[in-house]
Design a protein around this ligand. Structure first.
Ligand code: GLY
Ligand code: MN
Ligand code: MN
Length: 499
């Protein structure tokens, strides 16, 4: 890491005009074809999505979207930037400090040109791009993302939009969690502040009363319903990425099954998965990887993955999803570290498997997540009762404390309607049983936790099991764990430090 705080030193550097010019000239050479993947969503996709949203918007309205904030990790290091999925879906823009306006009706500019959308983006800046990466700039956004109108974000403040003339100005309300970078007067913080002035954003007290009572045209709740309807049903282009993310994630599960040995650390297992994802060109994980051995598997979103050595008595629960061009898989496999399920582990495993199978049989257009959830709960409760872990099938318990299903897409818990599945919705079925230490049952069950999570697409009459490639029955998992692994001969030298 080069110790140079760009934010603080930028002003000092800006006088170095000649150097800037030289950097700019050489930087443009860096943007060669092949330096970036070429299989992102097409500009036509994003344009069509904006058109679909425009159709849904109420009459005489405008929808306003802001890019995600940059998040600080510590001191002068930020987390890797991730665009807000709504913003990405509608634009394809992957940079911060941007705002998008989508108008229901055509607007007329001062030069009499008509337009129905505008995007404001961060400007090209040779010095900053040298430190923090390429920027599209206003022209790049028009060339590469297909916008007819684009401006640098510095123009937003004085850009003349009379928001008072609209019946509704729709936007997601702000979380007040955006930092102001003092070196940038048009960063997201400023864009939001400028927008608030433009729309006469209510004071804190006014915010507690309803929109009707406030008698203004700001609608901070309506947009989400439209985005759920749109994003919940995937297009062919999106499905291609989801299939790829799922396939890569299945391969990750298979490679770990082959490579796993007692004594490995949870982190090492996580590393194998993530290496496999990246080997197949996935850019990242879609959510923090969960690799929990034994009791750690009982923590639903266990992301520390800190256990130094997994033991042959334990199950290991691995909930992992590659993100491919923004779209994430979400797949969980639970496997025995020894390569063979004990009788008790298998008994719990098969209840979860049966619960999943029962929901898989029912998932088709018109069915709700609530119905699928209920089916899985019934099977789990019956199974737990048969094993004597609960006393009655109606007993309230915490052995299966979560729902069975959610949409997947640009978010791991993606936007979508939950009341009636439709063709080309993509979602998980993920029942689980978790029996932590000191549970009110025979201690022989303590420390057994099983989740089985697969990804599906709703078809015309049923569903397509997207993640069927990852072994799922105890027999298939045990057989896979016997296969040789390319990592069997991957032995690193003992760390000795300096000679
Ligand atoms: N990986 C998070 C979930 O399964 O919902
Ligand atoms: Mn999930
Ligand atoms: Mn998951």
């Amino acid at each position: 890491m080069i110790l140079f705080n760009l934010k603080k030193n930028y002003a000092m550097l800006s006088g170095r005009f000649l150097l800037t010019c030289l950097v700019f000239v050489s930087f443009t050479h860096l943007q060669a074809q092949g330096d970036l993947p070429s299989d992102f969503l097409s500009k036509e996709f994003h344009k069509e999505r904006r058109e679909q949203l425009r159709r849904k918007l109420p009459k005489n309205s405008v929808a306003v979207f802001f890019a995600n904030p940059v998040r600080n990790r510590a001191n002068d290091v930020d987390f890797i930037y991730h665009q807000d999925p709504n913003f990405y879906y509608l634009t394809g823009y992957k940079e911060p400090d941007a705002v998008l306006l989508i108008f229901k009706d055509n607007q007329t500019a001062a030069n009499s040109k008509t337009y129905n959308e505008i995007i404001f983006v961060q400007p090209r800046d040779a010095m900053r791009e040298m430190w923090t990466g390429r920027r599209l700039g206003d022209k790049g956004v028009m060339d590469q993302l297909g916008f007819e109108q684009s401006f640098n974000n510095g123009e937003f403040k004085k850009y003349n939009v009379d928001f008072s003339k609209f019946d509704q100005v729709l936007f997601y309300d702000f979380f007040n969690d955006t930092r102001d970078n003092p070196a940038d007067s048009s960063d997201l913080y400023n864009l939001i502040e400028q927008f608030k002035v433009k729309v006469n954003y209510p004071s804190k007290d006014q915010l507690t009363v309803s929109r009707e009572q406030r008698k203004n045209n700001l609608n901070m709740t309506g947009l989400d319903g439209y985005m759920r309807e749109l994003r919940g049903v995937k297009t062919e282009e999106e499905l291609e990425f989801i299939r790829k993310a799922v396939l890569v994630s299945c391969q990750g599960q298979i490679e770990v099954m082959k490579a796993l040995k007692p004594g490995m650390s949870e982190r090492e297992i996580q590393g194998i998965h993530e290496f496999v994802f990246k080997k197949y060109q996935a850019e990242d994980v879609g959510y923090p990887s969960i690799v929990g051995a034994g009791h750690n598997g009982c923590i639903l979103h266990y992301i520390e993955n800190y256990k130094p050595e997994v033991s042959s008595k334990e199950l290991i629960l691995m909930d992992l999803g590659a993100e491919y061009r923004g779209y994430t898989a979400d797949i969980t496999r639970t496997i025995p570290v020894s390569g063979k399920f004990s009788a008790d582990q298998k008994a719990i495993y098969d209840i979860v498997l049966n619960a999943q199978e029962a929901a898989m049989k029912k998932a088709k257009p018109g069915v709700s997540f609530a119905e699928l959830n209920q089916i899985t709960k019934q099977v789990v409760n019956k199974g737990l009762k048969d094993l004597g872990i609960i006393k009655s099938e109606n007993e309230n318990h915490l052995y299966y404390p979560h729902g069975c299903c959610h949409h997947i897409g640009l978010d791991v818990h993606d936007k979508g309607m939950r009341d009636a599945l439709q063709e080309n919705m993509t979602f998980t079925i993920e029942p689980g049983i978790y029996i932590p230490e000191n549970s009110d049952c025979d201690p022989r069950w303590w420390g057994i936790s099983v989740r089985i999570e697969d990804d599906f697409r709703i078809t015309k009459n049923g569903n397509e099991h997207l993640s069927s490639y990852a072994p799922r029955t105890t027999d298939d998992i045990e057989a896979t764990m016997k296969l040789p692994s390319p990592l069997d001969n991957f032995v690193l030298p003992e760390l000795k430090g300096k000679k």
